[in-house]
Design a protein around this ligand. Structure first.
Ligand code: NAG
Length: 429
């Protein structure tokens, strides 16, 4: 007969064997990890880049317009004023946005803009503020699913309503320091401010509105216009290497997939496929563009080649314009002599980036980039880029540019191989 001690030893061993088997773990290190970390889910819920078809971005359809809005930030009145000024007609206009549709502006405005965007399933990208709202909602859903979590949340909101503090964020900091609330307060990730603007939108929005925000990808690729839409921006090349280094997507002609090779009869089709592949490679193979933080927040690149969201460093749009201005095309590059290839001539075609996020720079139109955040939430302007097939056919005439938004409120700008227009409204009360 085994002694009591042996029994304890056997059963302990059996328990751990079962634990290992049931949890599928192989080493004590894994077990230790599992027992010591409180697992929190990934709240970010990113949606990877998506590609728009020619019908989703009908830039060559003579009966349609594409309208891309700058950062709205819940400024509901200017948003509708701009739609009115454009004589927006949903049956012929495709409305889009560059992200940051909510937060920073008035709460009711954020809810109204979000409701409109979700109800009309407006195509767009996610902004860094939309992202914070998503993360809070995903956190709220997680908390509500924990034992006692839903009860705690209801209590928090009841206490908030009773206290009616001037500054809910500061109130929450103090409120969560006491008693059983401390335990829940510790579930809030570091640096997050409960009851903030973003939290309140996250808490108030409907399931449909949440699903809409989740559907917004980090970047949109528009082969029909040779364009990208990203909230912060994207880089044309990995800044750690020269733009003509062979690892850079714009420095090498992409390989045609086998299925397309027999299609030699149509060089036009083949060229547009190659361009599309090369543009997709900029998103997929420049490592910074695969980092969601970068596409949501980038403003510049520092001397050490790291990406920054501050005003320091070289603006990423300058880097973009410099690199793509060196594109000479596949054919022309092939015919350059080897020695000439060391000069910055790249086997590529220029593409345009439409973005928001940089209110400090205001409306920022460059040859191959259009920054649309003209600071509406700071009582400046709300801007939209308008593209139609007529303007696409007319190449941009340099004399026409007039960036004095105040003076004209409607300007013609270069866009891709043709032109576009920027239309703005004032956001002053
Ligand atoms: C919204 O539009 C996208 C395409 O832009 C589509 O894939 C999606 O199914 C639509 N969602 C709803 C709820 O209609």
């Amino acid at each position: 007969m085994p002694t009591g001690r042996q029994l304890v030893a056997y059963s302990t061993l059996a328990f751990f064997c079962l634990f290992f088997l049931s949890s599928g773990l192989t080493s004590p290190d894994d077990l230790w990890q599992r027992l010591t970390t409180t697992r929190t889910p990934d709240f970010s819920r990113y949606t990877p880049p998506q590609t728009l078809s020619d019908t989703q971005f009908p830039i060559h359809d003579p009966h349609k317009r594409v309208i891309i809005l700058g950062d709205v930030h819940g400024m509901d009145k200017p948003f509708h004023a701009l739609l009115a000024k454009l004589s927006y007609d949903p049956s012929s206009d495709v409305l889009m946005h560059v992200g940051d549709i909510v937060a920073k502006g008035p709460h009711e405005g954020s809810m109204a803009v979000l409701s409109y965007m979700a109800a009309h399933n407006v195509t767009g990208v996610r902004g860094n503020h939309d992202q914070m709202v998503i993360e809070w909602r995903s956190w709220l859903d997680w908390i509500a699913g924990l034992d006692g979590g839903a009860h705690w949340l209801r209590e928090l909101h009841a206490d908030l309503a009773a206290a009616g503090p001037e500054d809910p964020e500061a109130w929450a900091q103090k409120h969560l320091k006491h008693g059983h609330r401390r335990k829940w307060g510790r579930r809030i990730p570091d640096g997050w401010k409960i009851l903030s603007d973003h939290y309140r939108v996250a808490h108030a929005m409907s399931a449909v509105e949440y699903r809409y925000l989740l559907s917004l990808p980090l970047v949109l690729h528009v082969p029909a216009a040779h364009a990208f839409i990203a909230h912060g921006g994207i880089l044309p090349s990995d800044p750690r290497y020269k733009p003509y280094h062979r690892r850079q997507p714009l420095a090498r002609v992409p390989a045609l997939p086998k299925s397309a090779k027999h299609n030699k009869a149509d060089p036009g089709k083949q060229l547009s496929l190659l361009r599309r592949l090369q543009e997709a490679a900029v998103l997929a193979h420049v490592p910074q563009n695969r980092d969601p933080w970068v596409t949501l927040n980038i403003r510049g690149v520092l001397d050490d080649n790291s990406v920054t969201r501050t005003k320091d460093g070289e603006p990423w749009a300058d880097i973009w314009n410099r690199d793509v201005s060196s594109c000479v095309g596949f054919e022309a590059h092939l015919h350059l002599h080897r020695t000439e290839r060391s000069t910055p001539a790249l086997p590529c075609y220029p593409a345009t980036v439409v973005y928001g996020h940089a209110a400090a720079r205001g409306l920022d139109v460059k040859r191959w980039s259009v920054g649309l955040d003209s600071g509406c939430v700071y009582n400046r302007h709300l801007s939209a880029l308008v593209l139609d097939s007529k303007l696409q056919k007319s190449p941009f005439e340099a004399d026409a540019v007039e960036l004095d938004v105040e003076a004209r409120k409607k300007i013609t700008i270069p866009f891709g191989e043709g032109s576009g227009r920027v239309v703005t409204v004032s956001c002053k009360d």
